[in-house]
Write a protein that binds this ligand. Structure first.
Ligand code: ADP
Ligand code: MG
Length: 678
């Protein structure tokens, strides 16, 4: 079996499973192997019932002391019984698994394993699985991977497929030169894969992870080297500051902050000095980066040239398009939108207008870097939320013009040293101040018992004319998760609030049109409460929203929570952020306290790093915030620096030789240059 083979060659993967895997962007065996666990399930020995603690995975062994009974409630089939060991007894229930009734016999001993929960005041296991002694002894003491899932796939199925792929793949050969591996004390590639998927213990997992993270960061550096050769080149687009822009700034409903003015001057001087701008603007959420982009776009249009503003999501593209159209109305500047969600006809028309130069400013998603998009005279290319794009995508955008000016914007608060490595080819500006006159967001970390109060509070806010976001972590109930389901959640909320409150939901599985419709209604104030997954995380700006409530807050990284929170506190009214934790553990509460005590992204990133440095967070977090699969630019800052040193040592010839001898490396390199995570 080869890495490039379709996943269909894996035993047990049929047409249906393949379709589901495709939804996770897994097409080839190589993709499957890079589908890393999001955490591990630690199989501890059997526990006594009286020692169970809520929230943990646990196994108990005992006899059934009640005949299994089945009840039907609505569409739910509930099977319940009682299990007893030497220390205590407890009820157990299964939903929609009627076939278990014939399997379970009163008086017999069973091993049950599941998540410990408290239901109606009693300790129990949620949907426990049933094991024989033999089965159980095979797993006990081991770490089993927990994979990101999608509908139609169980964790078990992915685990099986992974075991098979790891055993049967013949070409898991080494991409990293031996001397680098030796110097950096890294284990082999094949071994690393085995250890990250099926570690015997934590230290195996960590050494596997370290090797794979090194790969990501090292090849990223090599990719950057290819691009960096460019430097700032001469530009035909000398964009002179126009008086109209001054007027525009004066007419804004707010005054630019000192930080905005400083960065604006840096951008202006880049635009007119005869060399192509290549600048990254960094600034915390809400620091007001969009207006800087708008000013640069407007200048360019007034100078008679075209510009493009690329963003990572449909929702954000639509928002920027709306805002720009409003601002540019009556100013003689034509703004257009090109996004993947448009119909084929709309896209064709948009492309025509772009090619003919009928639009001065083009706002769009990845659609704008497709091959058949030709700009007329592209002088400025801006990317928002740059950390969501690969280096390659910024490069393709650049190649759409004759050496256009490039401006990238990012809210990831990374220290300057790291920024220089990750964006080494760019000049750096920092918007290090937030607009004044804003009240700091009030935060609270609460347990689920507080929920009724939270709902009451939201109702008050809505009655005062404000709007609310509620974030639920996932859409599909997957095997391992009992996370709140957006749809269900919305229904319950509607029942509770009756007609008093207008509630809608938003999630990643919706059609882009539908999302856009809901987002625009929310920003017009026609929706009071938006129940959403993290799709709203990036860049959304609705200043009238004053409450953000995040369910299962303990499941998110601090940086992501900070981004989510950044959706409120954007207007003049007091805003609130409620971090709801499903499970009280000291560790997760301590983490959340960091957010409770500060609204400053840089500070949070630093504290997050310290907490994680203590190493008590078991599992491998997938950053979700960057182009890397595994690497986390905070956790792995040290590896990033080492990878950069190694990359620097490599001569151009050496890299080329690596390339020539190794098609796999080549594809990896291209991968890192172009990969996006959304
Ligand atoms: P981000 O940096 O997160 O992209 P935005 O550019 O979306 O932030 O700005 C957040 C909000 O702040 C927007 O509603 C914007 O209009 C507003 N804003 C931007 N600059 C200022 C300012 N100098 N004073 C007051 N409000 C501002
Ligand atoms: Mg933004």
């Amino acid at each position: 079996m080869q890495l490039t083979d379709s996943v269909r060659v894996i035993k047990g993967i049929g047409e249906k499973a393949e379709k589901s895997l495709n939804k996770l962007n897994i097409f080839r065996v190589a993709d499957l192997l890079e589908h890393y666990p999001r955490g591990y399930d630690e199989w501890k020995p059997i526990q006594s019932i009286c020692s169970l603690r809520e929230g943990e995975m646990a196994a108990v062994e005992g006899s059934l002391i009640q005949r299994p009974q089945m009840k039907t409630r609505g569409r739910l089939k509930i099977l319940s019984t009682v299990i007893q060991d030497e220390t205590a007894s407890m009820p157990v229930t299964w939903f929609n698994m009627p076939f278990l009734r014939n399997q379970l016999q009163m008086g017999r001993r069973y091993i049950l394993r599941g998540k410990v929960a408290v239901r109606s005041g009693r300790i129990t296991l949620d949907q426990p699985k049933i094991y024989t002694r033999q089965e159980f002894s095979r797993y006990v003491g081991k770490l089993r991977p927990i994979y990101p899932l999608t509908s139609g796939l169980t964790n078990h199925a992915i685990t099986k497929a992974m075991e098979y792929a790891l055993k049967e793949t013949e070409d898991l050969y080494e991409c990293l030169p031996a001397d680098i591996r030796k110097r950096q004390d890294l284990i082999g590639y094949g071994k690393a894969l085995k250890q990250i998927h099926f570690p015997k213990d934590k230290s195996q997992m960590l050494s596997g992870r370290r090797r794979l993270v090194f790969d990501e960061l090292f090849f990223y550096q090599l990719a950057l080297r290819y691009i960096k050769k460019r430097g700032r080149s001469r530009s035909v687009y000398v964009i002179k500051p126009q008086k109209e822009v001054e007027d525009f700034i004066r007419d804004l409903p707010f005054e630019l902050t000192g930080a905005q003015q400083k960065v604006y001057q840096e951008i202006l001087s880049d635009l007119m000095d005869g060399f192509a701008m290549n600048r990254l603007v960094q600034g915390d959420v809400g620091s007001g980066k969009t207006i800087l982009a708008v000013l640069a776009l407007y200048q360019t249009a007034l100078n008679g040239w075209q510009s493009v503003f690329m963003v990572p999501t449909e929702v954000l593209a639509n928002q920027h398009y709306r805002v720009l159209s409003e601002w540019m109305e009556n100013r003689g500047v034509r703004v257009g939108l090109l996004s993947g969600a448009m119909t084929a006809k709309e896209k064709r028309e948009a492309k025509e207008k772009i090619a003919k130069g009928e639009w001065d400013i083009v706002v769009g998603t990845h659609a704008v870097i497709q091959e058949d998009v030709h700009f007329c005279e592209l002088a400025l290319a801006i990317t928002d939320e740059q950390h969501r794009f690969g280096v390659r995508q910024r490069e393709i955008l650049f190649e759409k013009g004759r050496e256009p000016h490039v401006l990238a914007m990012s809210a990831t608060p990374i220290p300057r040293t790291l920024a220089l490595i990750l964006y080494g080819d760019m000049d750096l500006s920092v918007v290090d101040m937030r607009p004044a006159m804003r009240l700091p967001i009030r935060n609270c970390v609460v347990g689920t018992a507080y929920r009724p109060n939270a709902y009451q509070f939201m109702l008050h806010q809505v009655q005062e004319g404000h709007q609310v976001y509620i974030i639920c972590p996932m859409v599909d109930m997957s095997e391992e998760s009992e996370l709140e389901n957006v749809t269900l959640y919305t229904e319950q909320l509607r029942q509770m609030y009756r007609d008093e409150v207008r509630i809608e939901s938003l999630h990643g599985k919706m059609k882009a049109r539908q999302k856009e419709d809901i987002m625009s209604r929310f920003s017009e104030g026609a929706i009071d409460i938006l129940v959403s997954t993290t799709v709203i995380e990036v860049g959304i700006d609705v200043p009238n929203a004053t409450v953000m409530m995040i369910e299962n807050a303990e499941r998110f990284g601090l940086a992501q929570l900070h981004q989510l929170r950044g959706r409120v506190g954007r207007g003049s009214a007091q805003s609130y952020c409620i971090f709801m934790t499903g499970r009280e553990s000291e560790e997760s509460t301590e983490r959340l306290r960091v957010l409770e005590n500060s609204n400053d992204g840089f500070y949070i990133a630093k504290e997050d790093l310290k907490l994680r440095g203590q190493g008590d967070l078991f599992g491998i977090r997938q950053s979700g915030e960057h182009i890397f699969l595994l690497a986390d630019i905070f956790d792995d800052a040290q590896i990033l620096i080492q990878a950069q040193e190694e990359a620097k040592k490599m001569g151009d010839r050496e890299i080329e030789k690596l390339y020539e001898n190794n098609s796999r490396l080549k594809s990896r390199l291209e991968n890192y240059m172009g990969q996006v995570t959304l």
